[in-house]
Write a protein that binds this ligand. Sequence first.
Ligand SMILES: Nc1ncnc2c1ncn2[C@@H]1O[C@H](COP(=O)(O)OP(=O)(O)OP(=O)(O)O)[C@@H](O)[C@H]1O
Ligand SMILES: [Mg+2]
Length: 442
Amino acid sequence: MACFTCCGTLSENDNENNEQEAPQEDEQNETVGTAGKSARRMSNASKAGYKAPYRSSYRASLRASIKEIVHNKYKLSFANISFKTDSSKHKYIHEEINKYGKGNINAKIFTYHELCDATKNFTSENLLGEGGFGRVHKGYIDCLNQVVAVKQLDRNGFQGNREFLVEVLMLSLLHSPHLVNLVGYCAEGPQRLLVYEYMAKGSLEDHLLDREPDKKPLDWQTRMKIAEGAARGLEYLHETANPPVIYRDFKASNILLDENFNPKLSDFGLAKLGPTGEETHVSTRVMGTYGYCAPEYASTGQLTTKSDVYSFGVVFLEIITGRRVIDNNRPSEEHNLVVWAQPLFRDKSKFHLMADPSLEGDYPLKSLYQALGIAAMCLQEEASTRPYISDVVIALEYLSSDKTVKLEDNEEEAEIQVDNEAIDEEESDQPGNAAVKEGKES
Ligand SMILES: Nc1ncnc2c1ncn2[C@@H]1O[C@H](COP(=O)(O)OP(=O)(O)OP(=O)(O)O)[C@@H](O)[C@H]1O
Ligand SMILES: [Mg+2]
């Protein structure tokens, strides 16, 4: 049966002569920092000619898709959209998407009825999970012959609408194999639903932190591959997207896994456009998820791509340790993963205590050390000393390859003993130095 409604795209309705005024900012005290050097600089690795394999083709397609907006002399400011009144938010949602998408929105518009059909009336058997935004159901879109995940907004407040709009726009304009694909959406009346490609293995959280007894623990190599892919998602947002995008909600539940455990980032409702030109940061109301937020962002609201690097460090530490960033079921000194890890980072002889016990010791020791080094560097208090995400990608590329697996652990043991003496003498007074040193060497 032909499916006319769901195969219509927003671009068909795009208003070429859109003269509407720039969007309002919804976040109070929104400013852009201008002091100092540009926060967006290519890393040394990038300068040296390193290119992610997907980069050139995706960069070209992204540039093409946002060129029109940039040339129209206003910033990609959809991340700051707000709605004045309740009636306007229902009426204008399609118009707003058209306006900021500028003909580049390929997401399909579904009717509510179509999504009821697709999910068998949102039956509980099809429930995949539930988050702050609402419930997520598995579904099947007949006319596309595609299995999907349908996320239904269960609140209709100001922020929910803004997040809905930002999600549609961001995922329609940004394309990378490391970002989840938005198939379409429904904004019929008060309904707000997002339709994504189905990610068969669910979220990283499901496998790492909320693992059901019938699920096998992730092995070391898979963990490193997931970390690498997730870092590539951030690299695309920070260094390929123009202007750069700060993700702001990097956490285990937002990293989705396909049937081969390839990760993709999801949930762009909180994403923010990063600083451009001479600007060093954007200042914004602090949002995100407790425990994952960088300290300078939590205390001052100043947001840079390095805030995402900190959150990456938190997730990477969760990946290594199998511990949740905030876990009140543990002894009080272990409630906060980062606080628990800091003294251990200083002492190489204790690194093995940080490995997830469910790995049962099955990991290359050197790889563990280097992974902890990378995590420690990302978690540094001072944002400017954290690495660029592209540098993290390069390090993880190595760790996720099977080269490290082939190393003989016996050799490593000998090396550790020698190194430990040197570290004790030189570096024991410096927080995290033993792990940071490992990261730099990797
Ligand atoms: N595209 C998808 N494919 C398969 N499962 C998905 C998909 N999107 C979400 N899920 C499942 O639904 C769950 C809930 O996702 P959701 O993004 O709504 O909440 P969350 O990430 O746990 O929390 P938050 O609202 O803070 O982002 C996920 O943990 C995942 O198991
Ligand atoms: Mg989520």
